[in-house]
Design a protein around this ligand. Structure first.
Ligand SMILES: Nc1nc2c(c(=O)[nH]1)N[C@H]1C(S)=C(S)[C@@H](COP(=O)(O)O)O[C@H]1N2
Ligand SMILES: [Mo]
Length: 207
């Protein structure tokens, strides 16, 4: 009896751990699936899974109508879809979101956005001299999901030409993941630095 119980326990832990490690490949139901609130045997929390269930109600709560650009900048900015539309807009074709697990999460036939580089140039990073270029930039969402970039990546590397703040997908405003999404198009896996519910872009100098 004790052995059966132990075995059942083991299977359960393995199943939970597997669930937390892998993203669900079926796109359609991933938002509706009931979340497993069990803590995994390791250090992951249930919210670490790609498959965090977000109800329509919750997603509405997380939607951000503006992005604040702040930190070590001369001109802090508040951006909205309308202000992005007035900047230099690029159309990106066939953008695919791939989770770290390899699962294809989302495909945009076309989307529109503005380069993060253009946004940072507008805000003007407070550089104190030629050699003052050790900054990191954090793109943060309302659920506190975040992605990090370095000054060198954005201003001295092809990645800088591939990081956008999107405001439109497939000809429509961004809906449940709105209002704006940050993407890093040439990342090997595009899921990790795909930040929806984007609320701030923070510039920090490494002291
Ligand atoms: N705000 C926010 N952005 C996020 C996440 C999140 O939990 N919150 N999950 C990330 C992960 S793990 C992946 S794989 C992709 C999934 O994108 P999708 O939800 O459009 O499929 O978004 C990323 N962006
Ligand atoms: Mo993911």
């Amino acid at each position: 009896m004790k052995n059966i119980k132990t075995l059942a326990h083991l299977i359960l832990i393995t199943a939970v751990a597997f669930n937390l490690t892998m993203c669900n490949t079926s796109h359609g139901d991933k938002r509706n699936k009931a979340s497993d609130t069990t803590m995994a045997a390791g250090s992951f929390k249930n919210t670490d899974a790609c498959l965090v269930s977000v109800s329509a109600e919750d997603s509405a709560k997380y939607i951000s109508k503006k992005i604040i650009v702040k930190g070590d900048v001369e001109q802090p900015l508040t951006l909205t879809v309308d202000s992005l539309k007035k900047m230099n807009v690029t159309t990106i074709e066939n953008f695919v979101v791939v989770c770290q697990s390899g699962a294809r999460m989302k495909e945009d036939k076309s989307c529109k956005g503005v380069l993060l580089k253009d946004i940072l140039e507008k805000a003007k990073i407070k550089q104190q001299g030629h050699k003052d270029r050790n900054f990191y930039i954090v793109a943060r969402a309302t659920d506190n999901y975040k992605a990090t970039f370095s000054w060198g990546e954005i201003f001295n590397n092809p990645t800088g030409e591939n990081v956008y703040v999107l405001f439109e997908e497939n000809g429509k405003p961004i809906q449940s993941q709105g209002d704006m999404i940050l993407i890093s198009k040439n990342d090997i896996k595009t899921g990790p630095r795909h930040v929806y519910w984007l609320k701030s872009i923070e510039v920090n100098r490494i002291e």
